[in-house]
Design a protein around this ligand. Structure first.
Ligand SMILES: [Zn+2]
Length: 277
């Protein structure tokens, strides 16, 4: 696993260098060079079978051009409280499923011309009932009060193997590593849609991604459409899940490392799969 990580990182660096050289020669990225041959997701990443011990709260597998994510989640707290006619738990699951869908590669993410699908399977239990022996679950802690939701793992730290256990990077054992602590609004109550979007954003942290907002990265080309990365991305101000988010997840999954948008004084290291800045 470590060896594979070093190899893939080196490849990413080589790929970045090639893009830079191409840009220099043609004067513009994309230029007139023939597009690289398309590859399937499986040809690029393998099946991911070697990246799981079988017990993690987040498991993923690839077959052809389909990435399937299995998420094991234990809802606790006020999960039956409703916004409109939907419970917090139902809205959270709706948010998690925003990561599923059809994606396209580009010069910034995966490969130009490729298309793939992400499926999201949610294995949900409530207050620990029906927990599968030997299976880790992240906790989703539902609060009815106002506050800023967060994931219980320090910024810059990530360890998928420890998620759902009390052996995470934070010595504070209020919640197991990787727990999502969810409030019902920051300064005023969430609408149903805002609750779901916020749950999708917090899941991004569970999948290994850092925050995009507040990092000074307001505009980049890695977001479809170009210039509103921060607002258009789920890790920014609750936009959409992008191909770049999926690419960062795969990097986190294979390396078991936190993927940040910029290097910062916090132990955050910019993801190797961000290529446009
Ligand atoms: Zn966040």
């Amino acid at each position: 696993m470590k060896k594979a990580f070093k190899g893939s990182r080196a490849l990413a660096i080589i790929a970045a260098a090639v893009i830079a050289a191409t840009a220099f020669i043609t004067g513009s990225i994309g230029g007139t060079l023939a597009a690289p041959a398309t590859a399937t997701l499986q040809q690029m990443y393998g099946t991911l079978a070697e990246n799981t011990g079988g017990y993690e709260a987040v498991k993923a597998r690839i077959s052809g051009n389909t990435l399937t994510i299995d998420l094991y989640v234990n809802f606790t707290g006020a999960h039956k409280t409703k916004i409109g006619d939907q419970t917090y738990a139902a809205l959270a699951k709706k948010g998690f499923r925003l990561w599923a869908g059809a994606y396209a590669g580009s010069q910034w993410d995966f490969k130009p011309g490729m298309r793939f699908t992400v499926k999201m399977n949610i294995y949900d239990i409530y207050n620990g009932a029906g927990r599968k022996p030997g299976q880790n679950y992240i906790d989703f802690v539902c609060k009815t009060s106002l506050g800023r939701g967060y994931v219980f793992q320090g910024v810059g730290y990530y360890n998928r193997e420890l998620m759902g256990t009390y052996q995470g990077a934070i010595p504070d054992k209020s919640y197991p590593c990787g727990s999502i602590v969810m409030y019902n609004g920051v300064s005023r109550r969430y609408t149903a849609n805002q609750y779901a979007k916020t749950a999708a954003h917090e899941l991004g942290h569970v999948l290994g991604l850092g925050d995009l907002y507040g990092k000074g990265v307001a505009a980049t080309k890695e977001c479809p459409g170009g210039t509103k990365y921060e607002k258009g991305d789920i890790m920014g101000a609750h936009g959409h899940v992008t191909a770049n988010n999926i690419e960062m997840f795969l990097e986190a999954y294979r390396t078991n490392r936190y993927q940040a948008y910029v290097n910062s004084g916090l132990p955050e290291v910019k993801s190797a799969v961000i290529r446009s800045y």
